[in-house]
Write a new protein. Structure first.
Ligand SMILES: Nc1ncnc2c1ncn2[C@@H]1O[C@H](COP(=O)(O)OP(=O)(O)OP(=O)(O)O)[C@@H](O)[C@H]1O
Ligand SMILES: [Mg+2]
Length: 264
């Protein structure tokens, strides 16, 4: 059998000497959307950063295999080149670099066998802009500078369309979106979904999952996945909250009660 796209085993990670991930297991295959839900401060963004290799996030135990390869020793750009993509919870501004130039540089780095000239890239980009119905003027502006929350998220979906990752990790793609933008961004993700990509969708709200139907829903509490299921698990969470679910699962109280100042 082929290796899974992503296989995380007993992952422990610390940030500033504090253990945040405490034995996390997760397997993602191509063609699957995995929703990851959990209270503030439970470690969702930490997992995304660990997968991308962000400095400051130290893995102390466990394995992360991407298509069978241990990626923990790889730099963030090496992971991106292998097809891993992270859409940030708080996208950063890149002043002085237009979206189109940023995307072309990223594309040519990730797909060196298909390097595109400025003109060829512009045509390729246009296809994606049309597919996602993104306002064209967005791509001539500087990356995220002065972008509204909704525009930043749209830009992220455009990045994903252009870079064609095999594993996409989307952190709180729904945060700060109005209902129309939410639908728009969700439609974009649905259009990009195929048998060639696996998606980890980090979200707080069942609302997003009405638009993007996950194949699996996982609940992250206290640094590990405490239960997994289908869409009905998200509905159950909406009804019971994390405390209700935590009690039902017989977890220790500190695993589902938000720590003071825990959210970042
Ligand atoms: N750079 C950092 N320095 C110190 N503590 C950090 C850092 N990054 C994360 N943490 C801590 O790790 C814990 C998990 O944070 P994380 O951002 O992963 O939570 P989350 O599940 O994404 O929460 P939210 O739902 O609020 O986005 C928190 O207690 C947070 O304060
Ligand atoms: Mg987060």
């Amino acid at each position: 059998m082929a290796d899974p796209l992503l296989q995380i085993e007993d992952l422990h990670a610390t940030v500033e000497d504090r253990e945040i991930l405490k034995g996390l297991n997760l397997t993602v295959d191509k063609g699957e959307i995995h929703a990851l839900m959990g209270p503030n401060g439970s470690g969702k963004s930490t997992l995304a950063y660990v997968l991308m290799g962000r400095p400051g996030y130290e893995v102390t135990r466990g394995k992360v295999l991407y298509k069978g390869e241990d990626i923990l020793g790889l730099a963030p750009d090496e992971r991106a080149q292998r097809g891993i993509f992270l859409a940030f919870q708080y996208p950063t501004e890149v002043p002085g670099v237009s979206v189109v130039n940023f995307l072309r540089t990223a594309y040519n780095t990730i797909h060196p066998d298909d390097e595109k000239s400025a003109i060829a890239f512009r045509m390729y980009l246009q296809e994606k802009i049309d597919l996602l119905e993104i306002p064209e003027e967005l791509v001539d502006r500087y990356v995220n500078q002065g972008f509204s929350g909704g525009e930043k998220k749209r830009n992220e979906i455009l990045q994903m369309a252009v870079l064609r990752p095999e594993l996409a990790i989307m952190d709180e793609t729904d945060s700060g979106l109005d209902i129309d933008a939410l639908r728009h961004v969700s439609e974009g993700v649905n259009k990009l979904m195929s048998d060639d990509i696996g998606v980890i969708l980090i979200t707080h709200y069942q609302r997003l999952l009405n638009y993007i139907r996950p194949h699996f829903v996982h609940v992250l509490m206290g640094g590990r996945i405490v239960t997994s299921g289908g869409f009905d698990l998200a509905e159950r969470l909406e009804a019971e909250g994390y405390a209700g679910l935590g009690q039902e699962l017989g977890l220790a109280r500190e695993e589902y009660v938000e720590e003071e100042g825990a959210a970042v």
